[in-house]
Design a protein. Structure first.
Length: 70
């Protein structure tokens, strides 16, 4: 897992907001895949130019069941 600041030279990703996110609440998460679909990116939708988490598909698959338990 790595945290990466926004870089303007990066491609534009198709971010999808979590169904658990609200416009006014603290739980605002968005995900996107890289163009080659080898990584899943996760960011705070309230700070779209801030850091993001870059996960391999296997790390995402390991993480997802824990996020779904909420």
């Amino acid at each position: 897992m790595t945290l990466k600041p926004y870089a303007s030279a990066e491609p534009t990703f198709a971010w999808i907001k979590s169904s658990y996110s609200t416009d006014e609440g603290p739980d605002c998460v968005e995900v996107a895949t890289t163009p080659d679909e080898s990584h899943v990116l996760v960011r705070d939708s309230k700070n779209p130019t801030g850091p993001r988490v870059d996960l391999t598909l296997s790390a995402w698959a390991t993480f997802l069941p824990y996020a779904s338990e909420r």
